[in-house]
Design a protein. Structure first.
Length: 151
C-alpha cells in the first residue's frame, strides 16, 4: 500500500474528515488531499504529527498493512457468540490442508494427554483460567516454532 492510501485509511479509521485533519495540523484541506492522493508528501514533522493524531507510530503509518489492520478490526468486532459458530479448523484448513488431514494420520491421544498436563500445570501454577492457560501454551508453542525456523 502506498503512503497516501495509508494516510487516508488511518484518517478514516480515526473518524476524521480531511477538513478536521487539516484544522488540527494547521494546513489546508487541499494539502491533506494531496498527501492522500500521493501528489505531495508530508515532511517529517508533519508525518510525526499525523502519526500522533491517528494514534499510530510513524513506522506503522509508513508501513501500514491494510490486511493486518482489517483482520484486527474483524477480530475486535467478532463477539463470542459468533466466534463459537465459526469452524476455525475448517476455515484455516483451506490455507493449511494438514489441519483437515492430520487426524487420519496422527495418533492424537498421547499428544493430547501431554498438552492436558501442560494446561493443568499452567492453571495450577499461575492460577490461569482454562482459556488463559490455553492461550499462554499456544503462544509458547508459537515461540518455539518461530525460534526453530531460524536455526
Amino acid at each position: 500500500m502506498n503512503l497516501g492510501k495509508s494516510l487516508a485509511d488511518a484518517r478514516k479509521h480515526k473518524g476524521l474528515s480531511q477538513e478536521e485533519t487539516a484544522e488540527k495540523l494547521g494546513v489546508s484541506r487541499q494539502t491533506v488531499s494531496k498527501w492522500e492522493t500521493g501528489e505531495t508528501l508530508p515532511d517529517i514533522q508533519q508525518s510525526k504529527r499525523l502519526a500522533v493524531l491517528y494514534g499510530r507510530t510513524l513506522d506503522e503509518l509508513i508501513a501500514f498493512d491494510l490486511n493486518v489492520s482489517e483482520i484486527q478490526e474483524v477480530i475486535d468486532r467478532t463477539g463470542e457468540e459468533v466466534n463459537e459458530k465459526i469452524d476455525w479448523t475448517k476455515a484455516w484448513g483451506k490455507k493449511y490442508p494438514v489441519l483437515l488431514q492430520y487426524k487420519e494420520e496422527v495418533d492424537v491421544v498421547p499428544y493430547a494427554e501431554e498438552l492436558k498436563k501442560m494446561l493443568r500445570n499452567l492453571e495450577n501454577t499461575y492460577q490461569y483460567n482454562q482459556l488463559d492457560a490455553f492461550l499462554v501454551l499456544k503462544d509458547i508453542l508459537a515461540g518455539v516454532w518461530s525460534a526453530g525456523k531460524t536455526e
